[in-house]
Design a protein around this ligand. Structure first.
Ligand code: SAM
Length: 273
């Protein structure tokens, strides 16, 4: 994505919503999606007189919610550095024909077709896609792209693109890194953060219980010990946020500080970590 505001907010949201990774997760995100969660977190930190300095935001997609969090923190005098991470932060943009490009992941798999500047998903959304005719178009594009990539060795001549909002990318309070929350923790991330947020990633719809436990253990290991915070949230299809703010106790167990609406759907997993 280039600087210069060539995207409107809704075009940007459409671009990320139509990207599904091969692990089944989506890159869906949007501006102001987590505003009320930010306010809840800031309110609790003020009550507790805490100003976390080292923050990690996990699975950030475009990073726009990390930028909005940094702005909200700055407004109340919390001067934090946020490390924003995602499993897939880079893609390779390959032009296969005039008016037809594909965005590939690091394994060379299609993340998105781009036909005449419009994003077209690679995955099928059940049988109804075929009733609407979309399924045939998607299946044809997938086959066409595979054949052309094979024939032209297209991966080699792709243009490397950072899948991050340009304002977030250029903000000095944020840094970005690729990271798999299910993989063993890299040494440099262990015991480092005063607060970690994970929004719209650790859901039962995406991962099984064993994977969720592994992810929560990794997050716990990245926190800087007693008094550090973990914030877990899911945005429902109606746009409401349901999250829980946890804090690590002296006994190295999570306890609940506050909830947004119904709280996190993985509260039980976090509390037993
Ligand atoms: C639905 S988006 C959430 C974006 C943002 N946090 C929000 O709430 O708007 C989920 C993000 O998690 C990333 N992701 C998927 N699997 C991951 C993993 N194993 N480790 C880290 N990030 C992952 C995806 O690439 C995607 O950008």
């Amino acid at each position: 994505m280039t600087a210069g505001d060539t995207f409107t907010q809704s075009q940007e949201a459409a671009f990320f919503t139509s990207i599904r990774l091969r692990n089944g997760t989506f890159k869906t995100t949007d501006h102001h999606r987590l505003d009320d969660l930010n306010m809840l977190v800031i309110g609790e930190w003020r009550k507790l007189d805490r100003k976390p300095r080292q923050i990690m935001d996990v699975g950030v997609s475009s990073g726009v919610s990390s930028l909005e969090w940094a702005d909200a923190l700055t407004r109340v005098g919390i001067d934090a550095e946020i490390l924003a991470t995602d499993l897939c932060m880079r893609g390779s943009l390959v032009r296969l024909m005039p008016q037809y490009e594909v965005l590939l992941d690091r394994d060379g798999k299609v993340l998105q077709h781009i036909v005449g500047n419009r994003p077209v998903r690679w995955y099928l959304d059940g049988p109804r896609d075929f009733f609407r005719g979309t399924g045939f178009v998607i299946a044809a594009l997938n086959a066409f792209a595979s054949a052309l990539l094979l024939l032209t060795n297209g991966r080699r001549r792709g243009k490397d693109v950072l899948l991050v909002n340009p304002h977030a990318r250029d903000d000095a309070r944020l840094s970005f890194a690729e990271d798999d929350i299910l993989a063993p923790n890299p040494e440099h991330l262990r015991g480092r953060f005063n607060a970690i947020r994970v929004a719209n990633l650790l859901n039962h719809g995406y991962f099984d219980a064993a994977q969720l436990c592994r992810a929560v253990d990794n997050l716990k290991d990245r926190l800087a010990g007693a008094g550090s915070f973990l914030i877990v949230n899911r945005t429902h299809p109606d746009g409401t946020n349901h999250g829980t703010i946890f804090r690590l106790s002296e006994a190295n167990k999570f306890e609940i500080v506050a909830k947004m609406r119904d709280g996190s759907e993985i509260e039980d997993i976090v509390l037993s970590a």
